[in-house]
Design a protein around this ligand. Structure first.
Ligand SMILES: *Cc1c(COP(=O)(O)O)cnc(C)c1O
Length: 492
């Protein structure tokens, strides 16, 4: 390129341009562009207007993106460009090609997994939190996030009715929360048996008896594997038709037992009977962890709090705010009654780490640096208040029952008992269920996932969004009927 410049010395504009293009990007260039972005606000105004357009259209766009929209993702170049990209250009790309390929999860007719929507004021608080870019690792890094986490901890303990000494760590989701709870349980049990795992690791340690329900969530097994407790050597307790542990099948527990219970089966929404199970564990000196990813919130509504009876007798609990509570991603919480156990399992030390007499968030999480998700949780809890939380949870359950009622009236079979927000739906024949699900997913009207339940394929409906209305339920039921009609015609 240099020789090219030399051969055309008479054309100064070309020379200037070529030199520009040839120059390596410098920090100074980046600083100039970034300062301009802050100064003229164009990218922020642009993002805001795209966001508003999204909000305005989310209920009319296909719930699952059209194949053409997914195909158009090719517009994103495969290779990382050498040169910096203009902010307006990259936002435009996201709007033009990214947005049509989103799943319209914040609308009222997304029923996949147990995903939840997002409460607008919590989203707005997240925008602000993102602007502040705080790191809640230590009090000295961010007093405001330390303070808000402290409040969230207090409020959650009250909402769930847990022992006052319970502490909370704000993690990415229940996967991580369960890992933390089981780590604390493992370490505390071993300490009780005279073994210091922090010094000696697991080699030569006394054996622990790990007990799960036959229907424990996949993330429990993942955590057990991470923690050196093994996926396969666990005792699996038989479950009833709702996937809930049978207390009469609980093995003899002792002070080496780690009992893992579930508040909210991911398919049926069923709850393990916490009261008898936790009582037995307490008497034996076992550690109980409750995976309450979406179901723990049942404790916060008068209509459903009977489901979590005995919850306060456990030792640790994992729960998501991004599911039932409709907080923004990612927002999981580990709650633990034994602060010393949780902290000793997760604490790090180093010459540059200065703990304070205030809340230092990283004492309760595996991460050191992380997002200030406590702010969003605080905003979510403030947005709803105690009454709003109760209304949200009982409303989701009400819509689930309504949906099941209408589906039954249209000759669909409901194969679970609707304890909470989950509905499992089947047609006359397994093949028809599977084909109906496919048509339903392509309909664009709503989106549900599939699963297997009691030996047959089912369509899984998880009512988990504040935005779902009675009309959304009716539209969804109509879409079920239309999908089954198509599937029936196709089969003939
Ligand atoms: C969703 C879920 C998990 C995993 O939670 P993440 O937040 O996705 O990590 C664990 N257990 C149950 C019962 C769940 O529903």
């Amino acid at each position: 390129m240099l020789s090219l410049i030399v051969t055309k010395p008479h054309n100064t504009t070309t020379v200037g341009k070529l030199i520009m293009e040839n120059n390596m990007t410098t920090l100074k260039d980046i600083q100039t562009t970034m300062q301009a972005a802050i100064h003229d606000r164009t990218v922020f105004e642009q993002a805001k207007s795209y966001a508003f357009e999204y909000m305005d259209t989310v209920n009319t766009r296909p719930v699952f993106p059209e194949p053409e929209a997914i195909d158009a993702l090719k517009a994103f170049t495969e290779n990382l460009p050498e040169k910096p990209c203009n902010g307006e250009k990259l936002l435009k790309m996201l709007h033009n090609y990214g947005s049509p390929a989103t799943v319209a999860q914040t609308g009222g007719r997304y029923f996949g997994f147990v995903n939840g929507s997002i409460l607008p004021p919590a989203l707005a608080a997240k925008w602000l939190a993102d602007t502040w870019d705080q790191n809640p690792a230590l009090y000295v890094i961010s007093p405001v996030t330390s303070h808000l986490e402290m409040l969230c901890e207090k409020w959650l303990v009250q909402l769930f009715g847990l022992p006052e000494c319970t502490v909370a760590g704000f993690v990415s989701g229940t996967s991580t929360a369960t890992l933390c709870g089981l780590a604390a349980g493992r370490d505390a049990l071993l300490q009780g048996l005279g073994w210091n795992i922090h010094q000696n690791g697991l080699f030569g340690a006394p054996e622990l008896q790990v007990i799960v329900g036959e229907q424990a969530h996949a993330t429990v097994f993942k955590a057990l594997s991470f923690l050196g407790l093994g996926r396969d050597r666990v005792v699996r307790v038989p479950v009833d038709k709702q996937g809930c542990m049978r207390p009469d099948s609980l093995p003899q527990l002792n002070s080496s037992s780690l009992l893992i219970l579930q508040a909210g089966n991911v398919n049926s929404g069923g709850f393990d009977p916490l009261l008898p199970l936790c009582t037995a564990a307490r008497e034996a000196g076992a550690w109980v962890h409750v995976d309450g990813a979406f179901g723990l919130w049942a404790a916060c509504s008068k209509e459903t709090d009977h489901l979590t009876n005995g919850i306060e007798l456990a030792d640790s609990w994992s729960v998501d705010a991004h599911k039932t509570l409709n907080a923004p991603y990612d927002n999981g919480i580990i709650l633990c009654k034994n602060r010393a156990a949780l902290v000793s399992s997760l604490q790090a030390s180093g010459s540059y780490i200065s703990y304070s007499d205030k809340r230092d968030g990283m004492l309760y999480t595996p991460e050191m640096s992380r997002r200030a998700r406590g702010m969003e949780l605080w905003a979510t809890l403030m947005t709803l208040g105690r009454e709003g939380i109760d209304a949200l949870i009982s409303g989701l359950c009400h819509h689930a029952r309504k949906c099941a009622e209408l589906l039954t009236a249209h000759d669909f079979r409901i194969t679970n008992r609707i304890d909470f927000n989950q509905i499992l739906v089947a047609c006359d024949r397994p093949e028809l269920t599977t084909a109906t699900l496919q048509h339903l997913q392509q309909s664009g009207t709503c989106w549900c996932g599939g699963s297997d339940w009691l030996g047959e394929p089912v369509i899984r409906v998880s009512v988990c969004s504040w935005a779902t209305t009675e009309t959304d339920i009716e539209l969804t039921v109509n879409a079920f009927v239309a999908a089954r009609t198509r599937a029936t015609i196709e089969a003939q």
